[in-house]
Design a binder for this molecule. Structure first.
Ligand code: AMP
Length: 176
């Protein structure tokens, strides 16, 4: 796992001052040029799961990439959480606070069966607001959060604190 962490760290591109001054953006797109690394990342996530989830939830949009890959490898459903106004069918929504203002994410109302245990995935854990809102959506459908996983965790933003009330099973392959 240490080797994998180092390889991801070497592959991620740091883009200073994007999308605004002071943010060091972790660009994961170079990872997708390396099929072997993608497979290692999906397998790395799977090897750290304590039990097989009933579904993987991916958060728009970079959470769709490894989220779908994991679900497909495990042979389980993949569920999309999208920003407001993008999903076509009947849906449930949660609003959450950003640094400035609010945002809203949605999931189809029939996306999860009652009692399912699901894993929530995104590319990066920053303040934890988005992943915590995703967990709220899961709970609205009477499903359970088995855990969270992220390629990158920005530890200095303490995102885990917002997630722990949903599950303390939080995996980040690389931490900054
Ligand atoms: P948060 O709700 O604060 O945990 O933000 C998480 C979401 O914002 C994820 O979907 C990330 O893709 C994105 N994000 C936040 N900060 C960064 C960053 N420094 N680099 C890349 N993506 C980021």
């Amino acid at each position: 796992m240490l080797e994998l962490t180092q390889e991801i760290r070497n592959t991620i591109r740091n883009v200073p001052d994007f999308p605004k001054a002071g943010i060091n953006f972790k660009d994961i797109t170079p990872i997708f040029y390396n099929q072997t690394l993608c497979t290692k990342i999906a397998d790395g996530f799977i090897s750290q799961m304590s039990e097989k989830p009933d579904a993987i939830i991916g958060i728009e949009s970079r959470g769709f990439l490894f989220g779908f890959m994991m679900a497909n490898k495990l042979g389980i459903p993949f569920v999309l959480i999208r920003k407001a106004g993008k999903l076509p069918y009947k849906k449930i929504a949660v609003e959450y606070e950003l640094e400035y203002g609010v945002s809203k994410i949605e999931m189809h109302e029939d996306a999860l069966k009652k009692g399912w245990k699901v894993l929530i995935h995104d590319d990066l854990l920053a303040t934890g607001g988005t992943a915590a809102a995703a967990a709220d959506l899961v709970k609205k459908l009477d499903a359970t959060v088995l855990g969270f996983n992220f390629v990158v965790g920005l530890d200095f933003l303490n995102g885990k604190e917002k997630l722990i009330k949903h599950s303390n099973n939080i995996v980040c392959l690389v931490n900054y």
